[in-house]
Design a protein around this ligand. Structure first.
Ligand SMILES: Cc1ncc(COP(=O)(O)O)c(C=O)c1O
Length: 413
C-alpha cells in the first residue's frame, strides 16, 4: 500500500534542522537527557519522586510555594463545589462571577484601573499584541524576549504591522531601532520583566523614557516577577518605572500565583477593546472557575502578612543560594530574582552537570539551544519559599561539585 500523506509529512518534518538537532541529543546522550521526566509524587518541601527516587525540585516556578498552600487548596475545592469542573464557554458570551472578581482583585492589588485574564501568558501575548496595533504601527521585541512575545509580534506582522527585534536590554539601541523603523503611527515595545533564562531585569526606567520620546508604549511580560519582585510583589514594571501609565504589564497566574492563566493590566476602555480584538480571548475557552476562586484567594494572600512571611523565606533562600555559589567561586547571571542561572556554555557539559546534580539528589533544568543561544547553555536553578535551608545549601555545594567534575574531565582529556 502507498504510504499515507500523514506518514510522508511525519518523515518530512523529522528532517527539519531543529528536530534532527534535538533527536541527535536524545540518541547521543540518552542517560543525560533529563527531559520528558515522569513525576510520580510531590511533597511540601519540594520533594519530587522520579523512578521511585526522591530528588529536591529546583525547577518549579511556584516561587512562593502556593501550589501546596492550604488556603489555595481550600479555594480550589470550594470552587469545584460551587462551579463544577468547567463552565465550558468562551468569555465572549459570559464570564463566571469569580472571573469578574479575580480581575477586580488583581487590579486593586496592582493599583491599576483594570485587568483582563486570559488562559495563559502565551495566550495573553498572542491575543493582546496583535489586538493593540494596526497596519500603520510598529512592534519591536527585545531579541531575547520570550518566545510568546515574538509569536504575538509575528501575528501582528501577518495582520500588516511593521515588526523587528532590537538588541537585548539596550535603551540606546532601542532608540536607534525605532528611528530606523519609522515612520510609524505608534510603536509597541515588548520586553520581559525578568528574563526567564538569565533571571536578569532590563533597565525598565530607561526603556520607558525612550518609548515616551519616540511615541511608543512599553509592554512588559512580567510572568516571572508577578507576586515576587518589588514592593508587595507587584512586579518589575511597577517597581522600576517611576510613572507606569504608559506601560502595559502582563502577569502570570500559573507561576508565583500557582493557579492558572495570565492577565494584562489595562484601562477599562482598553479592556473593552481587547475583549473584542483578542482572538485567543474570543475564540478560546476561559480559565476554569475553580482556579479563578484560587486567584481571588492568592490576591488576598498577596495583601496579607502571609505574603510577607512567604516572600521573606524566598528572599532568604535566594540569598543563601547566591552567596553559597559565590563562596565556591561560581558567579551567576542575575542573582536578585528567584531564577538563578549558572552559565556553563557547552550543551553537553550543561546536560552532564544537570545529570550529576540529579544523581546527587537535586533536580535543576539544563537549558540548551534553542531556548538559549548556541553554546550559551545554562543550569537554571529556581528558588522557592518552601525549599529547606539545608537543601539550598546542599544545592550550592553540589553545583560546585558537578562543575568541578566537568573541569577534571576536561583536564584529563
Ligand atoms: C516571560 C514569559 N512569558 C510567557 C511564558 C509562558 O507562560 P504560560 O505558561 O502562562 O503560557 C513564560 C513561561 O515560562 C515566560 O517566562
Amino acid at each position: 500500500m502507498d504510504s499515507l500523506p500523514l506518514d510522508e509529512l511525519t518523515a518530512a518534518i523529522r528532517r527539519n534542522g531543529l528536530v534532527r538537532f534535538l533527536e541527535q541529543y536524545e540518541k547521543s546522550h540518552p542517560d543525560l537527557h533529563l527531559k520528558d521526566l515522569s513525576v510520580e509524587a510531590l511533597d511540601d518541601d519540594r520533594g519530587m519522586w522520579v523512578n521511585g527516587r526522591r530528588v529536591v525540585n529546583f525547577g518549579s516556578d511556584s516561587f512562593l510555594g502556593l501550589d501546596r498552600h492550604p488556603r489555595i487548596l481550600a479555594a480550589l475545592r470550594r470552587g469545584v463545589e460551587k462551579w463544577g469542573a468547567h463552565n465550558g464557554t468562551s468569555r465572549a458570551f459570559s464570564s463566571v462571577e469569580a472571573n469578574v472578581e479575580a480581575e477586580a482583585k488583581l487590579a486593586r492589588w496592582l493599583g491599576v484601573e483594570d485587568t483582563l485574564i486570559y488562559p495563559s501568558v502565551t495566550l495573553t501575548n498572542l491575543g493582546a499584541i496583535p489586538a493593540l496595533v494596526g497596519r500603520q504601527d510598529l512592534v519591536l521585541c527585545d531579541q531575547l524576549g520570550h518566545h510568546s512575545l515574538q509569536e504575538g509580534m509575528r501575528l501582528a506582522q501577518a495582520a500588516g504591522a511593521k515588526t523587528g527585534l532590537f538588541p537585548h536590554a539596550d535603551p540606546e539601541k532601542l532608540r536607534l531601532a525605532l528611528d530606523e523603523a519609522g515612520p510609524y503611527r505608534l510603536a509597541l515595545v515588548c520586553v520581559d520583566g525578568i528574563y526567564s533564562m538569565s533571571g536578569t531585569v532590563p533597565p525598565l526606567a530607561e526603556l520607558d523614557r525612550v518609548c515616551r520620546e519616540r511615541r511608543a508604549i512599553l509592554y512588559v511580560d512580567d510572568a516571572h516577577a508577578m507576586g515576587v519582585h518589588g514592593p508587595r510583589g507587584r512586579g518589575t514594571a511597577l517597581a522600576h518605572i517611576p510613572d507606569p501609565s504608559n506601560t502595559l504589564v502582563v502577569g502570570s497566574l500559573s507561576k508565583a500565583f500557582s493557579c492558572f492563566g495570565g492577565f494584562i493590566s489595562c484601562s477599562r476602555e482598553l479592556k473593552k477593546i481587547l475583549k473584542m480584538r483578542s482572538s485567543s480571548f474570543v475564540f478560546g475557552g476561559p480559565v476554569p472557575p475553580a482556579y479563578l476562586e484560587a486567584v481571588c484567594e492568592a490576591c488576598d494572600i498577596m495583601e496579607s502578612v502571609e505574603f510577607m512571611r512567604l516572600s521573606g523565606l524566598l528572599a532568604r533562600n535566594i540569598r543563601l543560594l547566591v552567596e553559597g555559589l559565590a563562596e565556591r567561586g561560581i558567579n551567576c547571571l542575575g542573582g536578585g530574582t528567584p531564577i538563578v542561572t549558572v552559565l556553563v556554555g557547552d550543551e553537553e557539559d550543561a546536560l552532564r552537570a544537570g545529570k550529576t546534580l540529579f544523581d546527587l539528589g537535586y533536580y535543576v533544568q539544563s537549558v540548551t539551544f534553542p531556548a538559549v543561544e548556541y553554546h550559551r547553555a545554562v543550569l537554571r536553578l529556581q528558588v522557592n519559599s518552601n525549599h529547606r535551608e539545608s537543601d539550598v545549601q546542599g544545592l550550592a555545594e553540589s553545583v560546585a561539585s558537578a562543575l568541578g567534575k566537568l573541569h577534571e574531565k576536561k583536564r584529563a582529556a
